[in-house]
Design a protein around this ligand. Structure first.
Ligand SMILES: C[S@@+](CC[C@H](N)C(=O)[O-])C[C@H]1O[C@@H](n2cnc3c(N)ncnc32)[C@H](O)[C@@H]1O
Length: 214
């Protein structure tokens, strides 16, 4: 029998926001791969585990070896389809080997906390990558949702958006530790955030409240 790699989206972090199919896959896994925080939250002593680090080739090698004997469950934060290890797995293994269990993305969680529909939002990531400048262009009525990292934080991104023509008064929501007990949502503006020390590894929602023309 050919074994599978099950890529399970674990949602924004708190177990309440993980879908039951992901939870069951993680509980019954013989081999479990994931970030250190996810492993400390969900792994049991009887599971063989490997932490996802920057050394992605080593993680892929571990998965390839383990796959000979059993299924491997890979936990990723949020939804696997939005900037996760699924990208690397899809390049390394054939589609038939992969089974993906969706999760609630941190972006979905942020928009729901703000009670904002996100069908018209422009979604971007500053997590270990930089969007093209055109993707940051200002237009009236625009709504942006973005991932950040330690370097590109709320302060740096606010300054960058103002340089791209976004008005300083544009609303900014800094959404930290979504779903956890210490979740924090700061409601501010680009010009205020550009003056403060920045928050990274969070979701930023940027909303221009001026009506679109036409
Ligand atoms: C590698 S990306 C993974 C994105 C993930 N696949 C998703 O759908 O949310 C990690 C980034 O997601 C965001 N993120 C993940 N969990 C979060 C949470 N609980 N609260 C706020 N932002 C979170 C942060 O921007 C973080 O730097």
């Amino acid at each position: 029998m050919r074994h599978r790699i099950i890529v399970a989206g674990i949602g924004p972090g708190h177990g309440d926001y993980m879908v039951p199919a992901a939870y069951q896959a993680i509980r019954s896994a013989k081999v479990l791969v994931g970030g250190r925080r996810a492993l400390s939250q969900f792994a049991t002593d009887v599971q063989r585990t490997m932490a996802i680090t920057r050394d992605i080739p080593a993680v892929l090698q571990f998965i390839r070896e383990e796959l000979a004997a059993s299924d491997v469950v890979v936990m990723v934060s949020g939804d696997p389809g939005y900037y996760s290890m699924l990208d690397a797995l899809r390049r390394e293994f054939p589609e038939e080997v992969l089974r993906v269990i969706p999760g609630i993305s941190s972006l979905q969680m942020a928009f729901s906390r703000l009670a904002l529909p996100w069908h018209a939002a422009r979604l971007l990531s500053f997590h270990g990558r930089r969007p093209e400048m055109e993707e940051l262009a200002y237009c009236k009525g625009a709504l942006l949702g973005m991932l950040t990292d330690g370097e590109y934080n709320s302060q740096k991104i606010s300054s960058l958006l103002m340089q791209q023509g976004w008005p300083g008064k544009t609303r900014l929501f800094v959404c930290e530790r979504l779903s956890y007990e210490d979740e924090k949502i700061l409601r501010t503006t680009l010009e205020e955030a550009a003056k403060e020390s920045g928050t990274g590894n969070c979701v930023l929602v940027i909303r221009d409240e001026r009506k679109e023309e036409g």
